[in-house]
Design a binder for this molecule. Structure first.
Ligand code: NAD
Ligand code: WQD
Length: 342
């Protein structure tokens, strides 16, 4: 059988690796490009062990235009691209905006130049609920206005979507932008998962590292927000469900089922959970108390964010299947594996 060869940029990263598994399980041939700036080569073994099929891998920095061109000359039978590769730390982006504009926008531009030159028409983009800022109403639909980003990272996601729309307008490119809410969890096999470098900035890896004894206690950033328990609310989506959304979106494009050249979908569960609820749920699944203290609010945090997933459910034909508890349990299993091997 002739397989669709799909380029997965950043395919050794957290969401990319889970998506490569989903792609290969669905019969696609994944070609991973990654510069290992935020991942390790061991992830390749994890993917191969789960799917029993080795993805093609090229270590390459997408900021080097010449290397991008050479890559496409070598792999001239790519039929679609799922573009994960980017820098993603909000705080770091404030300190080093040019790194973010270069890594998140140059790389996209180089890829799109190759798409238009080579008639690669199917493109899935990793966007973020960060584009909605502090929403006017909840749950957030795709019609909600994009708010001025409060970080260069957020800016890059907004600008990327504009770049994609503009490119769709002048070429045969079809794009689906998936606006992720808060991805958490790991593959059930505990062979791949999130691998934050240094001190985690995100809630769930901080929780699992605290439970594993690596951190003394979790700081809960504020308990005086206008929410039922005073802590912030987010929509935590299992990374395996999120990965599945990419395969469904890609198939939609390959089948020419898209209604417009540029489409975007919220990818969340539709359910909001507060920080304190996440802690309680984690304590339940891990059967241990989590040491935590309440501290001041974190600058830039929005109060409450969760998705209206009607469009993704009805038009994309995707729905999250896994619960937050399942996601937390898988994150905990993964943390234990990581601790036992480091
Ligand atoms: P990640 O850092 O785990 O994965 C990104 C991968 O891209 C890494 O393996 C990294 O080494 C690689 N990479 C970065 N720059 C590169 C370059 N110039 N050339 C080649 N490879 C490069 O991040 P993730 O959590 O898997 O996120 C994937 C995408 O999803 C990103 O675009 C991110 O902005 C977006 N996103 C993530 C979240 C989240 O909370 N994790 C939420 C919304 C959107
Ligand atoms: C979740 C909640 C914190 C850590 C970020 C990016 C966003 C997107 C997803 C990429 C918040 C609280 C956290 C801690 C805490 N990424 N918290 N103690 O801020 O919703 O979103 O990741 O696109 O752009 O901004 O996720 O996991 O950092 O925080 O109390 O040690 O947990 O205040 O309410 P966030 P998060």
């Amino acid at each position: 059988m002739l397989q669709n060869k799909i380029l997965v940029t950043g395919g050794l990263g957290y969401i990319g690796s889970h998506t490569v598994v989903a792609l290969q399980d669905a019969g696609f041939q994944a070609v991973i490009v990654d510069n290992l700036s935020n991942s390790t080569i061991n992830v390749l073994e994890g993917i191969t062990s789960i799917t029993r099929k080795a993805p093609i891998f090229e270590r390459l920095d997408l900021r080097v235009k010449h290397d991008v061109i050479e890559f496409f000359k070598k792999h001239d039978d790519i039929t679609g691209i799922i573009h994960f590769a980017a820098s993603k730390a909000v705080g770091e982006s404030v300190k080093n905006p040019l790194l973010y504009y270069e890594n998140n926008l140059h790389t996209l531009t180089y890829l799109l130049q190759e798409c238009t030159a080579r008639n690669i028409d199917n493109f899935i983009f990793s966007s973020s609920c960060t584009v909605y800022g502090e929403p006017d109403s909840l749950p957030i639909t795709e019609d909600a206005p994009v708010k001025i980003a409060n970080s260069p990272y957020g800016n890059t996601k907004q600008i990327s979507e504009e770049i994609l729309k503009d490119t769709c307008a002048i070429s045969k490119l079809k794009t689906i932008s998936l606006r992720y809410f808060n991805p958490i969890g790991a593959h059930d096999s505990a062979k791949i998962g999130e691998l934050p470098l240094g001190v985690p900035q995100n809630l769930v890896p901080f929780i699992t590292q605290t439970a594993a004894g690596l951190r003394k206690e979790l700081s809960v950033f504020g308990d005086n927000y206008p929410t039922p328990d005073g802590s912030c609310i987010r929509d935590y989506i299992h990374v395996v469900d999120l990965a599945e959304a990419h395969v469904i979106a890609l198939q939609r494009l390959l089948d020419n089922k898209n209604e417009t050249p540029f489409e975007m979908f919220n990818i969340g569960t539709g359910k909001g959970s507060s920080v304190l609820e996440v802690i309680t749920a984690f304590e339940k699944v891990s059967q241990q108390k989590l040491p935590y203290k309440i501290v001041d609010r974190r600058e830039g945090d929005v109060v409450s964010v969760y998705a209206d997933t009607t469009k993704a459910n009805n038009i994309l034909g995707w729905k999250a299947k896994k619960t937050m508890e399942e996601a937390l349990a898988s994150a905990w299993e993964w943390e234990k594996v990581v601790r036992s091997t480091t």
